[in-house]
Design a binder for this molecule. Structure first.
Ligand code: KIV
Ligand code: ZN
Length: 403
């Protein structure tokens, strides 16, 4: 019986699945820089790469295992197809890590068996069993994934998972490889596994999902409610095709809504204890680093880390947050490592936001000066999308200098 964690394990795959994003490529030094930052962020497991894929990936995993996978640091994981050569390469690259994990996988959906693997179900079960046992001969910590689990026959899935756990898998990861499932369906898959895999308590249930329909985060939250205790995710949600579940969205959903999720982890609803080991104040910095090094731009309206995520544009909202932040904010900008929220001054801004920004800039205007300056500000705002501090200073300086 494996002791189930009392927190959600965050498994970051930015350096493996994330690097599979079209257009993203990282050299060894850049991977190491990201891995160090992931350790500061507090992720539990770093999937550092796919050692058999190339000599460069092998070296990067080995370096990360040596320099980041130190005592007290995160577990370092390497991906391996269910073949001896892949598993041997992963084992060798992970050797320097204090805690190393081999993650091996084979597809289980009929479409993959027929067209990609050209194997029968009994053959796939035998390979999974044999390769998990082989990985176990190198490390204690073995993760097994039935690729395309989201489209696999549930009965076959139960059989493969039962055998993989019996062969030594300590984490069984359920991938929605093509981002096909909906939250209710994905939650039901996890519940079905809990109820029908007899030795399931000997392993931790993990989930991995792609964003082809934009549902990966929602699917994972349903999975948590049904017993998943490890989430595989990437910074900024980068990854194959439409990407993976975004770490920052999952972590902040579990943080902001912890009272909702607490009971699913067997905690009192009002417990304030964190549901993950993540230091949320490192989120923004990590997002910027990954964006800069991969060259993958973060859309402005991206949840949590987009440039507009803490910016207020309309006058009604600006007035509300200046009176009380929680009128239009469900989390503090500081909680993800920003200095503050942002009031964007433009044509929709009201007098309250205008006066408040002038005060921050050090101007102390009389009522008449303020009225006149506000009228000028509205004229400028009609011509420009955003009125900058520099614009404000020119407006006010001209106003104050009036005889
Ligand atoms: O999407 C997927 O199925 C994967 C596996 C290797 C876990 O990335
Ligand atoms: Zn994937």
């Amino acid at each position: 019986m494996t002791t189930q964690p009392d927190r959600i394990i965050i498994f970051d795959t930015t350096l493996r699945d994330g690097e599979q994003s079209p257009g993203a490529s990282l050299n060894g030094e850049e991977k190491l820089t990201i891995a160090r930052q992931l350790a500061r962020l507090g992720v539990d497991v770093i999937e550092a790469g796919f050692p058999y894929a190339s000599p460069g990936d092998f070296e990067a995993v080995q370096k990360i295992a040596e320099l980041v996978g130190v005592e007290g640091g995160p577990t370092i994981c390497g991906l391996a197809r269910a073949t001896r050569a892949d598993i041997e390469a992963a084992a060798k690259a992970l050797k320097p890590a204090a805690k190393g994990r081999i993650h091996t996988f084979i597809a289980t959906s009929d479409i993959h068996l027929e067209y990609k693997l050209k194997k029968t179900r009994p053959e796939v079960v035998a390979i999974a069993e044999e390769m998990v046992a082989y990985a176990k001969s190198f490390v204690d910590d073995v993760e097994f994934s039935p690729e395309d689990a989201g489209r696999s026959d549930p009965e076959f899935l139960y059989e493969v998972l039962t055998k993989a756990i019996a062969a030594g898998a300590t984490t069984i990861n359920i991938p929605d490889t093509v981002g096909y499932t909906t939250p209710g369906e994905f939650g039901a898959i996890i519940r079905g596994i809990k109820e029908n895999v007899p030795n399931i308590d000997d392993a931790i249930i993990s989930v991995h999902g792609h964003n082809d329909l934009g549902l990966a985060v929602a699917n994972f939250l349903e999975a948590v409610k049904n017993g998943a205790r490890q989430l595989e995710c990437t910074i900024n949600g980068i990854g194959e095709r439409a990407g993976n579940a975004a770490l920052e969205e999952l972590v902040m959903a579990l943080h902001v809504r912890r009272q909702y999720f607490n009971p699913f982890l067997g905690r009192p609803a009002d417990s304030q204890e964190s549901l993950t080991n993540i230091d949320t104040r490192q989120i923004y910095k990590t997002s910027r680093l990954v964006s800069n090094l991969t060259g993958m731009f973060v859309q402005p309206n991206k949840a949590i880390v987009g440039a507009n995520a803490f910016a207020h544009e309309s006058g009604i909202h600006q007035d509300g947050v200046l009176k009380h932040k929680q009128t239009y904010e469900i989390m503090d900008a500081q909680s993800i490592g920003l200095t503050d929220n942002q009031i964007v001054l433009g044509k929709l801004s009201g007098r309250h936001a205008f006066a408040s920004r002038l005060k921050e800039l050090g101007f102390d205007l009389s009522d008449t000066e303020l009225n006149n300056a506000f009228l000028k500000f509205k004229t400028v705002a009609d011509k420009k999308k955003e009125v900058t501090d520099w614009d404000l200073e020119s407006i006010v300086n001209a106003e104050i200098q009036q005889p």
